[in-house]
Design a protein around this ligand. Structure first.
Ligand code: ADP
Length: 219
């Protein structure tokens, strides 16, 4: 379904977000106070506007409240990032995602109503670290301090050709399988009778230590 996004701040993060959303067929209004940045995105974004987002009248005249998602990707200027997040929420934008510089910034953004806070450098650091220490954990998304959603490749023959009931990941590892990726196919909410095959990827949710325990069993 086509959705409309507004991105405020076209640095490395906002810029790559803009390009990827456009590639996936979404509509994007790109806003930056820097004219050179806007010129760069003029032919990429659906619309690109030079504007200082801390000006409430400007945000209103751009119709910010009519967007499904607003992403505040302002870099260094924490004060501006907080103010713009607050204004977007006050205008009634349903989904506001804000980029945080550090933990304190993230805390404040959540407090003032951001629906999602991302911390790209930290999140990527965690992902890369997990990928470096394990060849079976393909992807990793931190859900909280303790819990993650992980994608684990099934490489140990002990797990091959057994169904989920027999493998009993919930009992043995405290892990819930939410989907199985098999080549191009994604089996969502697999049934207990679903067989696990060699090279399947299990998308699972659980405590970090349990994900690591399963990963160790795959080596
Ligand atoms: P990154 O770490 O993602 O590269 P940057 O700090 O380089 O982030 O980029 C942030 C972008 O946000 C810059 O292009 C900057 O011009 C823009 N920006 C910062 N403050 C405002 C503001 N008040 N209104 C609009 N754009 C802003």
């Amino acid at each position: 379904m086509k959705q409309n996004f507004a991105i405020i701040g076209l640095g490395r993060f906002g810029g790559s977000l803009c390009e990827t959303l456009i590639e996936s067929g979404q509509e994007v209004l790109a806003i930056d106070r820097d004219e050179d940045r806007i010129n760069e995105y003029m032919n990429i974004a659906t619309h690109a506007v030079v504007a200082n987002a801390i000006d409430e009248m400007t945000l209103r005249s751009l119709g910010l409240r009519n967007f499904d998602h607003v992403i505040i990707a302002i870099g260094e200027d924490i004060q501006a990032s907080i103010l713009v997040t607050l204004m977007a929420k006050e205008m009634g934008v349903p989904n506001v995602t804000a980029k945080a510089q550090n933990e304190y910034h993230a805390k404040v953004l959540y407090k003032i109503g951001a629906d999602r806070v991302v911390h790209p450098e930290r999140d990527m650091g965690i992902k890369v670290a997990h990928n470096l220490v394990s060849k079976n954990i393909l992807d990793y998304l931190e859900l909280s301090d303790e819990y993650s959603l992980a994608e684990v490749k099934v490489t140990n023959p002990k797990f091959f050709d057994k169904n989920l009931l027999e493998l009993n990941f919930r009992q043995k590892f405290g892990l819930n399988i939410v989907a199985i990726r098999r080549g191009e196919r994604l089996i969502i909410s697999p049934l207990a009778e679903e067989l696990v095959l060699k090279n399947d990827c299990l998308l699972l949710i659980g405590a970090d230590e349990d994900v690591e325990r399963l990963d160790a069993k795959m080596q």
